[in-house]
Design a protein around this ligand. Structure first.
Ligand SMILES: *[C@@H]1O[C@H](CO)[C@@H](O)[C@H](O)[C@H]1NC(C)=O
Ligand SMILES: *[C@@H]1O[C@H](CO)[C@@H](O)[C@H](O)[C@H]1NC(C)=O
Ligand SMILES: *[C@@H]1O[C@H](CO)[C@@H](O)[C@H](O)[C@H]1NC(C)=O
Ligand SMILES: *[C@@H]1O[C@H](CO)[C@@H](O)[C@H](O)[C@H]1NC(C)=O
Ligand SMILES: *[C@@H]1O[C@H](CO)[C@@H](O)[C@H](O)[C@H]1NC(C)=O
Length: 367
C-alpha cells in the first residue's frame, strides 16, 4: 500500500526525477511568468533549486501549486501575482516541503482582488470564496517579506508545520472594510510545532492570529488593525484540541473588536496551557480589551461556561492602552475550577466599562 501511494504520487514526474541529477547544486534556477506560469511550475518544480515567479497570472479555479518541493528550494515572488475569478474554495497558493524559503522581492504583491467575492458573508455563506495561502506541512522553512492584498476570505492557513518562521508579512485588506470583506483571518494555526511570526503588519476583518491547536507558537512585533484581535481558539471540537506554550508579545492591536482573546468550545474537551500575552498595546477596541471565555458554540458565546477545555498556566503581563467608551475592559467567563494558575500583572486598560458578568475568576486576575 505504501509503495503504491508513493508511485502514484510521483507518476506525473517520475521520468524527470529519475533522469535529473540528484544533488541540489546541479538543479536549476527556474523563472515563470504570466498566464502559463502556474501550469509550468506545476510540471517542472522539482527540477528547480530556485523558483522565480514573476507577474504570474494564476487562472481561475487553480492553485499556484508549490507543494512537494525538493528540500532546500527557494521561491521568490516578483511583481504582481494575480488570480482569476470563479467561486471555489481555493487555496490560491499552496506550499509544502522541508527547508523551503518563500520570499517577496521588493515591491512584490500577491493581489487576491477580493472585491470580486466580498459579499459580507465570508465563509458563512454567499459566494464560495477561495482561501489564500495554504502553508501546510512545511518543515524548517521560512516565509518572508510577502505582501498580500485583498484576500477573498482567510489568508494564511498554517497546519502541520514543524519549525516555520513567518517574517515581515504584510496583509492589507483595508479596501474590504467598506465593501463586505468578512472572515479574513490573517494567520490560522493548527496542528503545528514551532511557528514564529515576527513583525507582521495586518489590516483585516477577523482574527489577526487564531491558534486552534499547536505548541511552541510565537507571535511578536506585530501590528493588527481592523480585525478581531490576537486569539487563541476557539479550542475544542477538532481532531487536535491542545494548545500549549504560546508567546504573544511586543504587539499592538488597534481599531479592532478585541485585543487579547481566548475562547474555548462549550461542551468540548482539550486544553490551553502555557499561554503568555506580554507587552501588548491596545487602542480603540470596540468590544473587549481582554476576553477569556469557555462558552463558545457554533461560533457564538452561550453565556454558560463549561469545564472541558481548562485554561491553565496563563500569563497576562503588560496589556495596556485604551478601549472605546462603550467597550468592556476585561471579561472573564470560566467554568468552576477550569481556569487556574494564572499570572496577571501590568494590566492597565482605560476608557471602557467594567464587566459585571465575569464568573469563576481565578486568583490574581480581575475583571
Ligand atoms: C537548506 O537549503 C539551503 C539551500 O537553499 C542549503 O544551503 C542548506 O544547507 C539547507 N539546510 C539544511 C539544514 O538542509
Ligand atoms: C523585527 O523588527 C525589529 C524592529 O524593527 C527588528 O529589530 C528585527 O530584526 C525584525 N525581525 C525580523 C525577523 O525581521
Ligand atoms: C519582546 O521584546 C523584548 C524586548 O525587546 C524581548 O526581550 C523579547 O524577547 C521579545 N519577545 C519575543 C517573543 O521575541
Ligand atoms: C475605531 O475602530 C473602529 C473599528 O472597530 C473604526 O471604525 C473607527 O474608525 C476607529 N476610530 C478611530 C478614531 O480610529
Ligand atoms: C503555574 O504556571 C507557571 C507558568 O505560568 C508554571 O511554571 C508552573 O509550573 C505552574 N504551576 C502549576 C502548579 O501548574
Amino acid at each position: 500500500m505504501r509503495s503504491f501511494i508513493g508511485l502514484a504520487g510521483l507518476a506525473v514526474c517520475s521520468s524527470v526525477v529519475l533522469a535529473a541529477p540528484t544533488s541540489m547544486e546541479s538543479r536549476a534556477s527556474c523563472a515563470f511568468s504570466g498566464p502559463t506560469g502556474a501550469a509550468s511550475v506545476l510540471k517542472t518544480k522539482t527540477q528547480c533549486s530556485t523558483i522565480v515567479l514573476s507577474n504570474v497570472a494564476v487562472p481561475a479555479g487553480t492553485t499556484l501549486d508549490l507543494t512537494g518541493l525538493n528540500e532546500g528550494t527557494n521561491v521568490i515572488f516578483e511583481g504582481t501575482t494575480t488570480f482569476g475569478y470563479t467561486e471555489w474554495l481555493g487555496p490560491l497558493v499552496s506550499v509544502s516541503g522541508t527547508n523551503i524559503t518563500v520570499e517577496g522581492a521588493s515591491g512584490a504583491v500577491l493581489n487576491g482582488d477580493g472585491s470580486r467575492w466580498w459579499d459580507g458573508k465570508g465563509s458563512n455563506g454567499g459566494k464560495k470564496k477561495p482561501k489564500f495561502f495554504a502553508a501546510h506541512d512545511l518543515k524548517s522553512s521560512t516565509i518572508s517579506s510577502l505582501k498580500i492584498t485583498n484576500s477573498p476570505v482567510q489568508v494564511f492557513s498554517i497546519d502541520g508545520a514543524e519549525t516555520l518562521n513567518l517574517e515581515s508579512i504584510t496583509i492589507d485588506n483595508l479596501a474590504g472594510d467598506t465593501t463586505g470583506a468578512h472572515n479574513t483571518d490573517a494567520f490560522d494555526i493548527g496542528d503545528s510545532d514551532g511557528v514564529t511570526i515576527t513583525n507582521a503588519t495586518v489590516q483585516n476583518q477577523d482574527d489577526c492570529l487564531a491558534v486552534n491547536s499547536g505548541t511552541n507558537i510565537i507571535f511578536t512585533g506585530g501590528t493588527c488593525s481592523g480585525g478581531h484581535g490576537l486569539s487563541i481558539g476557539s479550542v475544542g471540537g477538532r481532531s487536535d484540541n491542545t494548545v500549549n506554550t504560546v508567546h504573544i508579545e511586543n504587539s499592538t492591536i488597534k481599531n479592532s473588536q478585541n485585543g487579547v482573546r481566548i475562547k474555548t468550545v462549550s461542551g468540548a474537551t482539550g486544553s490551553v496551557s502555557g499561554v503568555t500575552y506580554r507587552d501588548i498595546t491596545l487602542e480603540n477596541i470596540s468590544n473587549y480589551g481582554i476576553v477569556i471565555e469557555q462558552d463558545y458554540e457554533n461560533g457564538s458565546p452561550t453565556g454558560k461556561p463549561t469545564t472541558g477545555v481548562p485554561i491553565t498556566d496563563l500569563t497576562i503581563d503588560g496589556v495596556t492602552g485604551s478601549v472605546a467608551n462603550d467597550a468592556t475592559d476585561v471579561y472573564i467567563l470560566c467554568g468552576k475550577g477550569s481556569c487556574s494558575n494564572w499570572t496577571w500583572e501590568g494590566v492597565s486598560l482605560t476608557g471602557g466599562k467594567k464587566s459585571s458578568k465575569c464568573e469563576n475568576i481565578p486568583t490574581g486576575a480581575s475583571c
